[in-house]
Design a protein around this ligand. Sequence first.
Ligand code: MLT
Length: 407
Amino acid sequence: MLRINEHYLKLQASYLFSDIAKRVASFQQANPDKDVIKLGIGDVTRALPEACVAAFHRAVDEMAADASFRGYGPEQGYPFLREAIAIHDFQARDAEISADEIFVSDGAKCDTGNIQELFSVEAKIAIPDPVYPVYLDTNVMAGRTGDFADGRYQGIVYLDSVKENTYVPALPEQPVDLIYLCFPNNPTGSTATREQLQQWVDYARENKALILFDAAYEAFIRDESLPHSIYEIPGAREVAIEFRSFSKNAGFTGTRCAYTVVPKECMAYDASGTPQPIHALWNRRHCTKFNGVSYPVQRAAEAVYSADGQQQVQELVGYYLNNADRIASEIGKLGYSYAGAANSPYIWIWGDRDSWEFFDMLLNEAGVVCTPGAGFGKCGQGYIRLSAFNSSDNVERAMVRIREALS
Ligand code: MLT
């Protein structure tokens, strides 16, 4: 008799965004004439930058001729892309990262979900609350938690990210091994200063812990004093892995390309206490379980770093940031308090009522989809998240409808 992995039974219903999609689909089925505007999942709506499209086309043409055709590529990514990433995203910011520390993949969701399998099932995990559900759910699946009770999994050290700490959690009071951080944050839109990140890096060095730093939204940082990468912080090379994505800056949510940085100094320890380089472990996993991102997609991603690509990405990010400003200003006028928007595509709004009740009200009365804060954790209860990823026309229409529904 085949037994299942019983840890899956501890998971809450379905994945948050699948759950929302189902609710929206059933609303649309029941109300076929109602126009629904989606400001829920952070999925981009604008076309790929022209520079990326042109590179994509050129690469497809190469695949169409025997002489330039390419089969399997290097699992870690083609050198042309890894080098462009190292130079533009890190070395240009004085962050010492080399091309062979970059692993190209098909998504930060997959990488942030998969990375935990390198570590012991006994590892003590610290996870912010609210949080992108992937970090938590993948540790539940792996058996690093007890049951779900009173809105939380036993065995996890939750890092409360609340208004009082401007949604930047304090260091844990007990020792932990693995720390998930995300800045600019999903879902709160909050950012961390250099000093705040330095505290985390110092903590990780003192405790032989590792930081898993999700920087998928770094392109939205407008405040020049804020770090874009954890490797801008001294000491981070020893204790941090960083995840990046082309999804939100260059519109690759449907095209799929991302990368993970694993510096060679990052160590985890075997049973005898001997340090083992995480780079070698992740490389082994990547080569065994992944066959690389397609060549045309990697050429399209490389074009992000061309002069035209950089300008087009700036324009794309600026467009969504204008939407974020528009949402935030309307929400402020309506008298609601919020976080985010300044350096992020997300606006985290205190609704002063149950998150799912607010979600249902906005859907039924305004025809607008948001994400209920409670879906991101206990500390998200009472909040909703609006995403700036839509056309400016739709954002404008959504805000008119929200104003009518809430006034
Ligand atoms: C979100 O809405 O939180 C993100 O789009 C989810 C993701 O990037 O997977």
